[in-house]
Design a protein around this ligand. Structure first.
Ligand SMILES: C[S@@+](CC[C@H](N)C(=O)[O-])C[C@H]1O[C@@H](n2cnc3c(N)ncnc32)[C@H](O)[C@@H]1O
Length: 445
């Protein structure tokens, strides 16, 4: 096992998309090309999913790999909301019909940085322009230290039934190392208040592999999980990318667990979660049997996107806000990353696009293989697959017992589930065509 961990602990994508963002082919996808793709998929089905990026945080958590803007000045809320609404209008002006909103996710940054009434203003303005699907899924990321009862009530009134709480770890020392200031009491308050209000799915985000994190910390964190029993758990592998995220430079790399110790933290967490009644539903994700995520894993409808795993698949996602990513299935587009660039571009009446990618027929095929592996641990050969090339890349994983090759396709073994990123890499034609010269991806373990 140690040998395998050392062998496979290489930089590899987390495959929230294919092609992965560094391999997108256009620095700028023209506004027209992107809107043509959006309109095309919209014409087939008016349902859409919205991702709204709310980037502000009052403090920098040093481990954070997300796109954020640190400020304690809440005057930023109003102009940002105006920009998001102006961006949304640029889309609705071009859509040939009234959208049906089936999914909505508020991500960050810290969505709960915004005053509840600011969130109401933003969302009610959007809702005035759409029909809301009867079976809608609305969720938001909640920071335990800034989520108030008022946030929970206002968002519930607006149709939110899922909440994702950023717990990470519960130990005070670890939280101090990562400069994340929150208490167990706040996590309990948010969880219990959300349930009392009527939210039907609570998710905890947890991380293994943080600096100084040991088995005792995982045990303590899982004790809290056991006492609150959230419906879902995202148990993320800490992604150390200091060349992209300055805050992580605060860590001494010697204080990070090595691949073997890091995997032991994961295995311990997984065992404890399974003892509590959670099921493994995909890379780093667990859920209770009654939750829709587990049900969709059973029925084979589980899907993976930029936000992680979801039980529903909507072919069109529009991303609003700085750095947000949209996905039409046939194309991706990401917005400009800084708040200033984003707001200034929207003010000129143009979509604030930073870059994008139009998927080729081969990309689409590989995207489906990677989704199958990530969501169903198997994939079937398709006509035109570069089978020999893929099989050659899988030769070592096969010898190591991570995958089995059958006449109709590839199946990940129980052992291989811990090496999913490495297995997907074998299908990633763009990576092998142009292997990265510098540091691009986090380590696979
Ligand atoms: C987009 S972040 C926003 C969460 C929200 N700002 C909060 O603090 O509660 C969503 C999740 O990504 C995970 N995350 C952030 N940085 C990470 C990293 N470097 N490695 C692994 N997971 C990370 C955390 O678990 C976090 O809760």
């Amino acid at each position: 096992m140690e040998n395998l961990l050392e062998k496979y602990d290489i930089p590899a994508p987390r495959y929230t998309s294919y092609p992965t963002v560094p391999y997108w082919e256009a620095d700028t996808l023209s506004e027209k090309e992107w809107t043509d793709h959006v309109v095309q998929v919209f014409q087939r089905d008016h349902h859409l999913s919205l991702y709204i990026h709310l980037p502000f945080c009052e403090r920098l958590c040093t481990y954070c790999g997300c796109n954020k803007h640190i400020t304690t000045n809440h005057k930023v809320e109003e102009p940002y909301i105006e920009a998001v609404l102006a961006e949304w209008k640029l889309y609705t002006d071009r859509l040939p019909g009234r959208p049906v909103l089936s999914e909505l996710h508020l991500g960050g940054g810290t969505p709960t940085f915004f005053h509840p009434e600011s969130l109401r203003e933003l969302l009610e303005s959007i809702f005035a322009t759409v029909d809301i699907a009867p079976e809608h899924e609305f969720s938001f990321e909640a920071h335990p230290a800034s989520t108030t009862e008022e946030h929970l009530e206002v968002l519930y009134e607006l149709g939110f039934r899922r909440i994702s709480i950023g717990v990470q770890d519960v130990d005070e020392k670890i939280l101090h190392v990562i400069r994340r200031y929150q208490t167990i009491a706040q996590v309990k308050f948010v969880t219990e208040t959300a349930r009392a209000i009527g939210y039907d799915s609570v998710n905890f985000d947890l991380i293994f592999g943080l600096p100084f994190q040991k088995q005792e910390h995982i045990i303590k964190t899982m004790e809290l999980v056991g006492s609150l029993m959230p419906d879902r758990i995202a148990f993320y592998s800490y992604a150390h990318v200091p060349w992209l995220k300055n805050g992580q430079r605060a860590f001494d790399e010697n204080d990070l667990p090595n691949a073997v110790d890091k995997r032991a933290l994961y295995e311990l967490g997984k065992d404890l979660l399974e003892q509590l009644g959670y099921y493994d539903v995909g890379m780093d994700h667990f859920s209770l049997e009654k939750d829709a995520l587990f049900q969709s894993a059973q029925t084979g409808t589980l899907h993976r996107n930029f936000m992680g795993y979801t039980p529903v698949f909507t072919p069109l996602t529009i991303g609003l806000g700085a750095s947000a990513i949209g996905d039409t299935t046939s194309a991706f587009a990401q917005n400009l990353k800084t708040v200033a660039e984003y707001q200034n571009t929207v003010a000129t009446g143009h979509l604030p696009l930073l870059r994008g990618h139009i998927l080729t027929a081969e990309d689409l095929k590989i995207r489906q293989h990677i989704l199958n592996l990530m969501c169903r641990y198997q994939t079937s050969w398709q006509p035109g697959d570069q089978r020999d090339v893929i099989l050659a890349r899988l030769a070592e994983p096969v010898t190591d017992g991570l995958v089995e090759i059958g006449p109709s396709g590839v199946r990940v073994t129980e052992l291989g589930k811990g090496y999913l990123r490495n297995i997907c890499l074998a299908f990633d034609a763009r990576y092998w065509d142009k292997m990265p010269s510098g540091r691009v991806f986090s380590q696979a373990v």
